[in-house]
Design a protein around this ligand. Structure first.
Ligand code: ASP
Length: 370
């Protein structure tokens, strides 16, 4: 009769357990080594906290304020400050960069003082057609809308496209049908009527008829596209842009602002960008994505990437405009190759720094909490 080995059970049960321990140890060792490697090489993860807290930057278009009569710059600066305060309050309370970007742009759309929402320029047909986009740098989710004629806040509709549809972009009547399905009221073209814009439209039209070079009308009245980039306390970037496009554009023309990667882009791994200027150049050069990918792949600074694109490549092609950009560490750059591009920047200290109506003017600092 075979005697039973008393250790047999022990051996049988412990062998897999010991093997598991070894596997667990090896896995832990592998993870620790990987973490050390990533850290040593400075590899970024999308969850990395920002080095300098939250930041929000807004622009209201690139152009020429040098001939602007008194009383033109100040109200626009004030309207930007009002808008930036809303974004600041969201970020300071720990809210998301997406919410801050949307709220800031909505306020500028409502003011009627910028080429977006209520102040959007008219096409050759004498009605506005608006474009907008928003992008979430954490997930790369994006929403955009174009050729809208009856939507008061295109940036909000862009956000709904991002969050409530499987698509990135909706245009024209389809986009407005979707807006209705989301409970957004369509507004009549009179919502966008303002005497000043109408005069400008008529002047541009008659200049065109006389084959004058001044197709864009009175350049002393800069009245631009709006855009915002923000980095929130969780280290997440978002970017958004809203516009009526260029003066006297052809009906159906879509610019760079709603094109993801051209006028608007955000990626936590690199940066967020909102552009302004002659959209066709920004589309051909996929400006916003190019800046972010230079940061990501070439490991150049945000400032260098944005300067190389805006001040060299665009200038070589006579592409006018500028960008606001924020990287995942909270660095900000706002290059423009035009005479001016008004911007406002606010960080956790609550001081809004407004500048850009001329290249030499000192910034004006305004408190975000008053
Ligand atoms: N980029 C806009 C467009 O081409 C216009 C602007 O920023 O002024 O539609």
């Amino acid at each position: 009769m075979r005697t039973r080995n008393p250790n047999r059970n022990l051996v049988d049960h412990n062998a897999p357990e010991a093997a598991m321990k070894l596997v667990r140890f090896a896995a832990l060792y592998f993870l620790a080594a990987l973490a050390a490697l990533l850290f040593a090489e400075g590899v970024r993860t999308s969850a990395a906290p920002p080095a300098s807290g939250f930041v929000l930057v807004a622009h209201c278009g690139a152009g020429d304020y040098s001939k602007a009569p008194p009383g033109v710059i100040e109200p626009r600066r004030d309207a930007m400050v009002v808008a930036i305060k809303q974004g600041y309050a969201i970020l300071a309370a720990g809210g998301t960069s997406l919410d801050a970007v949307e709220a800031t742009i909505r306020s500028m759309e409502d003011s009627g003082l910028f080429d977006a929402g209520r102040g959007a320029y008219y096409t050759r047909a004498g009605v506005p057609e608006m474009d907008a986009a928003i992008m979430d740098g954490r997930t790369l989710a994006a929403g955009s809308v174009a050729s809208l004629q009856h939507i008061a806040n295109p940036i909000h509709l862009a956000r709904l496209v991002m969050e409530k549809t499987p698509h990135v972009m909706l245009v024209g009547p389809g986009a407005e049908e979707f807006a209705k399905s989301q409970g957004i009221e369509l507004v009549s073209p009179f919502y966008f009527y303002n005497e000043h814009l109408w005069e400008r439209y008529k002047n541009a039209k008659s200049a065109e008829e006389k084959k004058s070079a001044a197709l864009t009308g009175d350049s002393s009245d800069e009245h631009g596209t709006v855009g915002v980039v923000a980095l929130d306390q969780q280290g997440n970037l978002a970017a958004g842009t809203s516009t009526g496009g260029t003066v006297l554009k052809m009906p159906g023309r879509v610019g760079d602002s709603p094109i993801i990667g051209a006028g608007t882009y955000a990626n936590n791994e690199s940066c967020g960008v909102s552009a302004t200027g002659t959209g066709e150049f920004f589309m051909r050069n996929i400006v916003a994505a190019d800046i972010c990918e230079r940061v990501r792949y070439l490991h150049v600074s945000l400032e260098q990437a944005a300067n190389d694109v805006v001040m060299k490549e665009l200038v070589d092609q006579h592409g006018e405009g500028g960008v606001i950009a924020v990287d995942h560490q909270g660095n900000v750059t706002t290059p423009f190759n035009t005479t001016g591009m008004m911007t406002g920047t606010v960080r956790g200290d609550g001081k809004i720094s407004m500048k850009g109506w001329s290249k030499t003017a000192d910034p004006i600092i305004v408190s975000a909490s008053q």
